[in-house]
Design a protein around this ligand. Structure first.
Ligand code: GBH
Length: 498
């Protein structure tokens, strides 16, 4: 009885503290904090088109989809896409239409450096991004720039791409050019979008460029280089630009919430392993101690030894590298869309990332779905993921760099509206009730675009683009006015909190 009473008192005190925090914050659970960035996201290859115009170099997606149209839905590719290279002013109009205070977009490396290196600087590419940045700022929209959203210059893939450790130096010099050229106006940088997915391009053939089929090897080599490249860019900013430019540098990781199929020890351990292999592989070295999570180190080392290899498939950082990697982010970006079920067990061949995890992943088919088989609508998982990250990586503010819903493109997109309403409600509970430090939210995506190997059929846009039309107009869907109300009022409708 006494213990029970104490628990009740504790719960009351905690509830009172949470309420006090919410009041101090903004007064109500359904309101965003002051200064919270609300916007939408895109990526260069998915929207720009003009793949070989005005001096742009070929990248690995141009190359893969031209060489292997069979990898893409209906042989579609980003040659034209939304034609944002010419229609960027219409993109800014769309952002204004939803009251966005930020726009997350990426720079095409091979549009500014066609060979990937500094031997050729393409002024037309630089002009293009200057025009976008200036137009955004004129309209009160904060540019949030991704340096690398999967589109490596093909010239750098010819020398191995991300598994080649030299890629660190190429990336640092590219970043230096971006800081020098745009850093007076760009205050939010993310280095690499979803290194986990980038690494998949070196562990399987098919959907992810450059489609290099070295499972369990290429992905770890690519990850290793990307972590070093990210950290070196962070240190470059810190040492040479922060004092004058005063911006923030982070990275955009991706993860689902992983929900264990059972609430037992072995399942909870599987859940923890999955988070450490997916998020921890990058976030643990960058945000915590400069090194891979112990469980990842141990399992890949053990499997490598069992396979008869003289060395681990997962490389090691030197002490010097650990020092510059540790703490190399001002914020942590997260792209998240859904929840996936996990249980302990073996999947994938020998060797593979999947087998190294010792986790089996699958979807709960009874959850409400979308037009993408991988995307189930599970708003509570969003709140759990934000809390997990906040506990695992204390002291780092979070930016939700992507979140959104895929359908077949209907203008009356009620399912997208309900997705955003319910996910934003969970985001606000994480902020106002759980005390998670979150600085911004970028919806994916401002408009329909090339959904990589899924082509133009699967659509994530708040604006519709009819890819068969000649003008490629940005047409607001019902979700555009819904998001506009939320972004302007800084409030999510009450019905989504029930
Ligand atoms: C994001 O990745 C990307 O950053 C963005 O470019 C993309 O448009 C957006 O998602 C929407 O997909 O087809 O079953 O093989 C999110 C992570 C990784 C989720 C690839 C979907 C494909 C699974 N995505 N995954 S499947």
């Amino acid at each position: 009885m006494v213990r029970y009473a104490a628990a009740v008192l504790w719960a009351l005190a905690a509830a009172a503290a949470a309420t006090a925090a919410a009041v101090a914050n903004s007064g109500a659970v359904n309101k965003f904090p002051d200064g919270f960035l609300l916007g939408a996201a895109s990526a260069a290859y998915q929207i720009e088109g003009a793949w070989n115009e005005d001096g742009k170099g070929e990248n690995i997606w141009d190359h893969m989809f031209h060489e292997h149209p069979e990898y893409a839905h209906n042989g579609e590719n980003g040659d034209v896409a939304c034609d944002s290279y010419h229609k960027y002013a219409e993109d800014v109009e769309a952002l204004k239409g939803i009251g966005a205070t930020a726009y997350r977009f990426s720079i095409s490396w091979s549009r500014v450096l066609p060979t990937g290196d500094l031997d050729v600087i393409n002024q037309a590419g630089i002009d293009y991004y200057n025009n976008i940045i200036n137009l955004l700022l004129e309209n009160g929209i904060e540019p949030m720039v991704t340096m690398y959203h999967w589109d490596l210059p093909q010239a750098l893939q010819y020398i191995g791409g991300w598994p080649n450790p030299l890629m660190v130096d190429y990336f640092v010099e590219y970043a230096r050019l971006l800081f020098d050229t745009f850093g007076d106006r760009v205050k939010w940088w993310t280095t690499i979008n979803e290194p986990y997915i980038v690494a998949c391009g070196y562990s399987s053939s098919g959907w992810q460029a450059p489609s290099q089929n070295a499972p369990g090897i290429g992905n770890y080599l690519a990850a290793h280089t990307m972590i070093r490249a990210h950290a070196r860019v962070y240190r470059l900013y810190e040492q040479e630009y922060r004092a004058t430019q005063n911006g923030k540098v982070g990275i955009a990781l991706n993860s689902d919430w992983y929900e264990p199929a059972e609430d037992t020890d072995s399942y909870l351990e599987a859940q923890e392993r999955m988070f450490q292999f997916q998020l921890g592989l990058y976030a643990h070295p960058i945000l915590l101690d400069g090194d891979y999570p112990a469980v990842v180190r141990q399992r890949v080392d053990n499997n490598s030894a069992a396979e008869g290899r003289p060395r681990s498939r997962l490389p090691s950082f030197t002490e010097e590298e650990k020092q510059y990697i540790k703490g190399s982010a001002d914020f942590i970006g997260i792209n998240t869309y859904t929840t996936t079920i996990v249980e302990p067990g073996d999947s994938g061949g020998v060797p593979s990332f999947e087998l190294d995890t010792g986790v089996i992943r699958y979807q709960n088919e009874s959850w409400p779905g979308s037009s993408a088989s991988w995307l189930k609508v599970v708003p509570w998982g969003f709140r759990k993921l934000l809390n997990w990250m906040s506990n695992e990586y204390p002291g780092y503010p979070i930016v939700v760099t992507e979140n959104g819903y895929g359908d077949w493109g209907e203008l009356d997109d009620q399912r997208r509206i309900d997705y955003y309403g319910s996910y934003l409600a969970e985001l606000l509970k994480a902020i106002n009730e759980d005390g998670v430090n979150i600085l911004g939210y970028m919806a994916w995506s401002i408009m329909d675009n090339l959904e990589w190997a899924s082509g133009y059929e699967l659509r994530f846009g708040i604006y519709r683009v009819d890819f068969n039309s000649t003008d490629l107009a940005r047409i607001p869907k019902a979700s555009a006015s819904f998001m506009g109300d939320i972004f302007r009022n800084k409030t999510v409708p009450d019905e989504y909190f029930q």
